[in-house]
Design a protein around this ligand. Structure first.
Ligand code: NDP
Length: 286
């Protein structure tokens, strides 16, 4: 008898539309590199198909799945439990299935935190966060749970910005204030880290969030969530001012690393995933 197995561990993603989502290529590159007998399947799941898709994943013994638009909140109804940050954020983009029980995690902010931890410890630091959408919310919560001192949330839509500031003040030990974004914004002098968590720069290397570039100070950490193109106008301006920069491609790769860790308890090589994405995005390998 052969010792070969023809049964792979299954993982994947539920979202729609999803044809442009490169996560499958990134994660399967890691599976191949580490010789893991696992597959990742990109599934186009419409809103009214989510319950069946989740039941199917459980029935087929999947190790877990990512979920994205439009399922990040709707999936909560199908889960048995939530990780701490996912419960505060109120959204899930990674589900772990163990012994038939489903646990919801949110890797958006964790992926950012993993990038940040390579350059600074968030504990006791002041953050300026541009944007108040899903990415900003997840990043704000993870920073607060990691010991950030203060977060300034800057957004055009005041209701969304106030909502995140309120969430941080009510549910975590960190402090947050909201700053309306009505004109060119000067980064507060006491900010240690600036994060662009808006969609400005996505698919447009010249698009720059409306901030005063002279308020970027030497020694400040400047991070962008935009994965493509990764070298955004903001990061180029920050480099010119002597800031330390972090790109959104690294954050995206870290999310893949974290998902595989959650599903299989195995740490995969981030470089292999980054190269795969860089090839897909047509940017120079780092
Ligand atoms: P949302 O649609 O939930 O939020 C978009 C945010 O961008 C809002 O705060 C919105 O402000 C702001 N915004 C949009 N246009 C402008 C503008 N011209 N000037 C100022 N603010 C603007 O999106 P997400 O939070 O889900 O995603 C945001 C970005 O993060 C996307 O580009 C996405 O690709 C990226 N992302 C990257 C990840 C990674 O791993 N690298 C992970 C997740 C997301 P307002 O509320 O005022 O409209």
């Amino acid at each position: 008898m052969s010792s070969q197995t023809f049964l792979a561990a299954l993982t994947g993603s539920f979202s729609t539309p999803c044809a442009d989502n490169p996560t499958v290529a990134m994660i399967e590159a890691a599976y191949r590199h580490h010789d893991m007998n696992a597959r990742y399947i990109n599934c186009d799941v419409k809103a009214d198909g989510l319950a069946d898709a989740v039941r199917g994943a459980v029935a087929m013994g999947w190790a877990g799945f990512n979920c994205s638009i439009p399922h990040k909140i709707a999936v909560l109804a199908h889960l048995d439990g939530l990780a701490e940050s996912a419960a505060i954020i109120g959204a899930v983009n990674c589900v772990v299935i163990r012994d038939g029980k489903l646990t919801g995690e949110n890797t958006d902010g964790k992926g950012f935190l993993e990038s940040l931890s390579g350059v600074t410890d968030p504990k006791g630091k002041n953050f300026c966060l541009l944007g108040a959408g899903g990415a900003a919310r997840a990043i704000a919560v993870e920073l607060a749970l990691a010991g950030a001192r203060h977060l300034t949330i800057v957004n055009r839509d005041a209701a969304r910005g106030k909502d995140i500031a309120g969430l941080i003040n009510d549910k975590t030990a960190a402090e947050a204030t909201f700053q309306p974004w009505t004109e060119r914004f000067a980064i507060p002098r006491d900010a240690d880290v600036l994060i662009n968590a808006t969609s400005v720069g996505l698919g447009d290397a010249e698009a720059m969030p409306d901030i005063d570039p002279d308020s970027l100070r030497h020694g400040m950490v400047v991070a962008d969530v935009i994965p493509n193109p990764p070298r955004t106008a903001l990061l180029r301006a920050a480099e010119a001012q002597g800031c330390t920069t972090l790109d959104g491609l690294g954050m995206l790769v870290n999310q893949g690393v974290i998902s595989v860790r959650l599903w299989f308890g195995q740490d995969v090589d981030a470089t292999v995933m980054a190269r795969q994405l860089q090839d897909i995005f047509g940017v120079a390998r780092t």
